[in-house]
Write a protein that binds this ligand. Structure first.
Ligand code: FE
Ligand code: FE
Ligand code: MG
Length: 165
């Protein structure tokens, strides 16, 4: 753990343990989002399949990148990222929508719901670390939030196109 870094975060009056809990819940969300996107991209059928498949795979990779950033920060703060995937389901905020309907429109709808949940989760964490004056976590979460907003927009654009076909 980064001792000085944790010290600074704790000195600001922020509850570092509570923050680690929040980051771990988001970490669970990211793994489940990764799996949901990746799996959806394998089974997708219907309108605009190649375009949507490509976007789903791209987003899968970016969710994994978010999981990496969260794991790094959790460790810097003296915590341990969730070790057992079973706990992803216990800790998740946004859950896992099983991509059992392979239709491209349905997959888009599910993943848009996931992005909207992610946006509100990261907004809450951002508010928490803003109040706690943790500039490093703020910067990391702000970057992830920006990606999630972009993900939502990308999927909404595809949804507009697919519905117009
Ligand atoms: Fe993400
Ligand atoms: Fe996302
Ligand atoms: Mg994209």
């Amino acid at each position: 753990m980064g001792r000085k870094g944790t010290e600074i975060a704790a000195k600001s009056g922020m509850d570092v343990k509570e923050l680690i809990k929040k980051l771990n819940k988001a970490y669970a969300d990211e793994w489940l989002a990764y799996i949901q996107y990746w799996t959806g991209a394998q089974v997708i059928e219907g309108k605009m399949r190649p375009d949507i498949q490509k976007e789903l795979m791209e987003h899968a990779g970016e969710e994994l990148g978010h999981a990496q950033k969260l794991a790094d920060r959790i460790i810097q703060l003296g915590g341990t990222p969730i070790l057992d995937p079973k706990d992803y389901f216990k800790q998740t905020n946004c859950g896992y929508l099983v991509p059992s309907n392979f239709d491209s429109k349905e997959l888009l709808k599910q993943n848009i719901a996931g992005e909207r949940c992610a946006i509100s989760v990261y907004n809450d964490i951002l508010e928490y670390v803003r109040k706690g004056k943790d500039a490093i976590t703020f910067h990391i979460i702000r970057g992830i939030l920006e990606d999630e907003a972009e993900h939502e927009q990308d999927l909404e654009d595809l949804q507009t196109d697919v519905l117009a076909k």
